[in-house]
Structure formats: C-alpha cells, structure tokens
Design a protein around this ligand. Structure first.
Ligand code: SF4
Length: 344
C-alpha cells in the first residue's frame, strides 16, 4: 500500500505501523521531511533552547552484568574507580560555576555507596548549589529512592533498554523486565521526573521492537526518553557485533519527538562517538538535551560503557566553548533554566 508521508507527518497520533514506516525511511528527501517535522515540534516546545546537564560518572563498579556494557562486573579488564564525596562535591561546584543548572550523578549499580552516602551528597549539593539533580544509579531498593527524593533529588534516569522481553532477558542475566518497569513506575509515583529509553542495534532487535520502545515511553509518560546506539565494548559478549546504525537512530529520535511531543530527548555522547557531528544531527532530528561529562581526569577514561567514547581526553572546561560553537552551528543555544519536565 502506498503511503502518503506528508499526511502521516501531519497526524497528531501515529499508529505503530506508521512509526515503523517512518523509522524505516531511507530516501534523503523523506528523511529530511521527517527530521524537519521533529525539529518543528522541538521548537514549538523548547524554542531554540537546549538544556545542558553536567554529568559526573562517579563509580564504574557495577553488580550487574549487562552483556553490552564495558563496565559489567565480569569485565576483569575494566580499571575500576570510585570518587569520594569530596571529589563529587568539588566537581558539582565546577558544573554550577559553569552555569549549568542540572547535575547528573551516574554510576554502575554500586552498593558500596549506601543510601545514606548518596543522601548526604544530594543534601550537600542542594544546600550549596542552585541546581536540579538527576540520579542514574541503576535499580536500588525502593526505600533508597524514598530517601533520595525526600532529600531533594529531582529526576531519575533508568533506561529500559528494550521493550522486547526476550531480548531483555538475553542481555540482562540478573535483571527482570517487569522489575525495571515497576521501578520506573515507583519512581514516578513518589514524585521523580523519570527518564527511560532504549539501545538501538541490539542482537535480533527489529524496527517493530524499536517502535514498541517509543510506545512504552509514551505509556509510561516519561519526562525524558533517551535513544542511543549500541556501540561495542571490548571484552564483552557482544564485542563482535556491529555498531548501531546512525540513520536508524536519528529516524527513531525524530519519531520519538513526534510521538512524545514535549518530553526531553538527549543527543547523547554516543552519537558523537559514531559520527563527529552526531550530536548536532541529533538536535536537527528533534533532540533538546546535551549532557557534557564533567567526570574528572583520570577517571573519565575508565568510564567506558563502550569503545572509543568521545571527549574523554578533553578537560571538561574546554568542552563548553566547543559545545557552544556546535550548538550555534545548528541554530540553538544553551538555556539558563533548570530544564525541568514540561509535564509537571
Ligand atoms: S549497563 Fe549499567 S547496570 Fe548494566 S552493567 Fe553497565 S553500568 Fe551496570
């Protein structure tokens, strides 16, 4: 059946079938139309403003063993590190001084930091700096989330990675899909702005699976949805797999923008790893978030979830002028607001 692209792009709601059709687009003109529509929707909600989130990857210890991940617990070649509370606060100060209004605290699932340790860090950051806090610490007991929310943490990022339960089981030896969804719902119920998302390029993943990931983000009413490419990591079970496809990824981000409308969508560092201009292309396909890493040297070189990660040798201070130029090259600029969810 012939489909009319213009007509589909003008619909307010898309069926799964239409999402699959759009993600599949391969002609240059068609792709341009799709990305233009996504950009138009991004501009409707966010104008020409891009939110920056300063990320601190403070520990690469992890009790999980996700088969795609370079810091999975079985990777005995990963050089492990943990940052102290004082180091984390000092880097938080750098983020705040640079004018960024969100600090993302990210680590592997590392129970070395008790719920009280993380609570102390949240309280100190919130007391000293006027910033929003996003946590990305994996699955923890619900009582940990309760405490961290009470201490003032604003957002929690917990990607579901794939809505295909069979693939989920294959790539997460110790985790259950149902638990991940239950955690996301719990976090949302206690007042966190939640973020989820997928990886594109997983073994046996179909375009239908990718459309299901977008549908799941919509059903969960996520505040942020992150779509990133699979990039192989050394010494992992998936190290022989090809990297995710850039064009598929950009189409997915564009379709996600059309479906999820005002949700935040990051243009991830992984895009820049696949393509020198990847982050800019992500913005032109509807993304509105960039997450520069402030993880200090020498730790940043060891937070290698995947190979050839971009921007690991640069001083974080040098990243910002570079980012600013990159943003203006695609007609946007950094916002000076917290960049909270537009859904609250
Ligand atoms: S993806 Fe996250 S939870 Fe899985 S092994 Fe890597 S750091 Fe741990």
């Amino acid at each position: 059946m012939m489909r009319n692209l213009d007509e589909i792009l003008n619909r307010d709601c898309l069926t799964k079938d239409e999402m699959v059709f759009l993600i599949h687009l391969s002609g240059e003109n068609e792709i341009q139309k799709l990305h233009n529509k996504a950009k138009e929707i991004r501009e409707k909600y966010f104008g020409n403003q891009i939110h920056l989130r300063g990320i601190i990857e403070f520990s690469n210890y992890c009790r999980q063993d996700c088969t795609y991940c370079g810091i999975r617990k079985s990777n005995n070649l990963a050089e492990r590190f943990r940052m102290s509370k004082d180091e984390i606060i000092s880097v938080s100060n750098q983020i705040y001084e640079s004018g960024i209004k969100t600090i993302v605290l990210q680590s592997g699932e590392d129970l070395h930091y008790s719920k009280e340790d993380i609570a102390e860090i949240i309280i100190e950051i919130k007391t000293k700096f006027d910033v929003a806090i996003t946590l990305s610490l994996g699955e923890r007991p619900f009582c940990d989330y309760d405490l961290w929310r009470k201490c003032g943490a604003d957002r929690y990022l917990l990607k579901h990675e794939t809505a295909n339960k069979e693939i989920y089981k294959e790539i997460h030896p110790y985790q259950k899909y149902e638990n991940k969804i239950a955690h996301l719902k719990y976090l949302q119920n206690i007042g966190f702005q939640i973020g989820s998302g997928n990886i594109i390029g997983l073994p046996n993943q179909t375009i239908e699976d990718i459309a299901d990931d977008i549908i799941l983000c919509d059903e969960l009413n996520v505040d942020m949805a992150s779509f990133s490419p699979f990039i192989k990591a050394e010494n992992t079970p998936l190290s022989n797999l090809p990297n995710g496809d850039m064009s598929l990824l950009l189409n997915t981000m564009a379709v996600a923008r059309i479906v999820l409308k005002n949700a935040h969508i990051p243009s991830t560092t992984a895009l820049a790893t696949l393509d020198e201009l990847g982050r800019e292309k992500g913005i032109l396909a509807g993304a509105n978030i960039i997450m520069p890493s402030f993880t200090p040297y020498p730790y940043r070189g060891n937070y290698l979830i995947y190979e050839n990660k971009k921007c690991i040798s640069e001083n974080p201070q040098m990243c910002l002028p570079c980012l600013s130029l990159r943003l203006s090259s695609v007609g946007v600029k950094a916002s000076d607001s917290y960049g909270h969810s537009l859904k609250i």
